[in-house]
Design a protein around this ligand. Sequence first.
Ligand code: GLC
Ligand code: GLC
Length: 798
Amino acid sequence: MKQYGYFDDDVREFVITDPATPWPWINYLGCEDFFSLVSNTAGGYCFCKDAKFRRILRYRYNGVPMDSGGRYYYIKDGDSVWNPGWKPCKTPLDRYECRHGMGYTRIIGEKDGLRCEVLFFVPKGGRCEVHRVRLTNTGAAVKRVQLWSFVEWCLWNASTDMENFQRNLSTGEVEVGDRILYHKTEYRERRDHYAFFGANRPFDGFDTDRESFLGPYNGFDTPQQVFAGTSGNSVAHGWSPVASHRFDLTLEAGKSEELIFVLGYVENPPEAKFSAPGIINKAPAEELLEAFGTPAKADAAFAALKGYWDGLLCRFQLESAVPELDRTVNIWNQYQCMVTFFMSRSASYFESGIGRGMGFRDSNQDLAGIVHLIPDRARQRILDIAATQFPDGGCYHQYQPLTKRGNHDIGGGFGDDPLWLIFGTVAYIKETGDFSILEEKVPFDNQPGTEKTLLEHLKISFARVADNLGPHGLPLIGRADWNDCLNLNCFSDNPDESFQTTENKTEGSRAESLMIAGLFVAEGKDFAELLSQPAVSADPAYVDEVREAVSRMETAVKQHGWDGEWFLRAYDYYGRKIGSSENAESKIFIESQGWCGMARIGADEGLCGKALDAASKYLECEYGLVLNAPAFSSYIKDYGEISSYPQGYKENGGIFCHNNPWVIIAEAMAGRADDAWRHYCKISPAFAKDQSLRKVEPYVFCQMVAGAEAAHPGEGKNSWLTGTAAWTWKTVSEFILGIKPQYDGLLVEPCIPQHIGSYRVRRRFREAEYDLTIRLTGKGGSFRIPYRPGFQALEIEL
Ligand code: GLC
Ligand code: GLC
């Protein structure tokens, strides 16, 4: 089996040893408002705050070859031209290594006695990428070599940059300093921002016009200036502005030269935009270059970044007998949760950064992965999300991070959305004990003057679902529930309509969702528990109302949602069953088994156990649990997008990893440790054996892995930005390892196979630090640790 890399856990890195990975294996840089995507061959782009509106580097989607464009360093050593990251020249290297770490990527290429090491990171407190380039002559003779940098600018709006050429090809503007190349397109008019690419010493040549650098008919792999050993010293006027520096270097034997590049973003106040008519105010760019432009300063910034990640990850550290589990828990799952929280579903190698903003349901779920790491940011996110709610409890399905305004193109009407606000808020308060968030005043649809407390928002969220029930007393689905592709009011036969926003038939719709029913019961119970906390002082009559609504829903599910062996998935527009043994295809779906199982509906009568058995029996394959089976073999207008996918992919029979944890948690709640563990290992990348088959990054969870009915089962897609990150974190930390945050402390209640023996968890919780050694003796049960600030070491036998 071909391997492309390995985990180096001691330094928290994944090391790629072959650049020709089956798909670009990327990393993310940045943890404040400047973010970068960087692949193992230095491809990718960066943006400030918003991947659509403040795109700094241009990136080619559907590029051939794939992953074209990035921050490229070219080296000319005699006749040979190469890149440390192998691409774009693809000159064979004597050695290549890419180390993706926590917020940084280090790429090392070596050829003919010359080593080039590039460290990429986004420093804390700086809106820039720092590229630390070290060239070392490992041979015995002096070397004269040349180094070129290269980036291509995006004209800010990543969407119009790809479309509006009649304008774009005339607007490009740059300025050239002796160390810094500036990109100032549209700065003359309404923009208050520009980008720059600077080096910490004066260059020997430069280019800012793409064709002058590459040659009009050349690709990134054959830049004419590099092959000629020159620079065009070109100043771009329109067309495609780029930035390239050239350095002519002499390297003594055994000696190194180090250059530091800063690729940054500057915003100037309106009165300080210009230093002279038409000349941009460069002072902030010079300061940013200055701030990181010496080896000592770059070292300090890099150390600060490492310190930041050490400080975060030490909040939950595991020592167990299973290295795959340790590396997932201690490093990569927490890291992916952070990235997912920052990006939502906007910018990855599967999401263009153009189409989607922050999802209401997605962002709420993402909180579960980071409340223990960055609680203050979770708090702000909850308030931002709540402000995109409508007064009737509905909400925008997405909002734009730059403006924090709801996205009108998509609107609302997704039946599950409001309940996720309860989910996110409960996760936050259980972790932090910060009940004061409930008293924060939050507007509706961001309209000043409409403010109500967050607690009121939660009440209307709950009511929104409680008051919108269908004929069986189950929640109406609207445009879709969690499954964006189950579009029961869509009825589209026009390929130009969006499945998510089209509702061709709504009048008299009876379409109901068992997934929302389970979510309502689970979140309703959580909500009642929250309301019952002494700090909340809710009206007891209201708490009773919530409990009664939950109990009516449980009855409705038992009466109308049980198929005999598992929970139904939905009722369609006409009131016909979906996900029933009566259906010809897709007789069983995962979401309702997961959610009704987590809500423990009918647990006493054995319904949950049976539903989980059915999930294993009908949905499980080698790589995880598929979403539905058998998959739909043709398009069914009554069901919408779900049946548009080929069998085994995405929401039609794919292993949609996001929902596997629901079943795993339900298994754990039912005390079925072996089943929970088996399902968990199947979707966890650290346990996957075949890197070629999996295709995408072996260090992060995928949204989807092709299912048993697919042409290529086991092939991963949509890596990185997925609710899978937060849900697998919740699953492993709270339900498998069993460390559950409660309002008044921690509850230790593991559900992990006996053979794992014992494990140690060091957990920071609010102002407390726990060192827990948990021994599995087989007796089971749970152990309560009341919250008390300070350090405690405990040995617990369960
Ligand atoms: C995508 C969406 C998410 C949705 C899921 C299932 O991951 O981001 O909101 O729940 O697909 O359709
Ligand atoms: C597609 C995808 C789904 C995603 C949705 C977002 O339908 O299948 O996963 O949530 O698009 O609009």
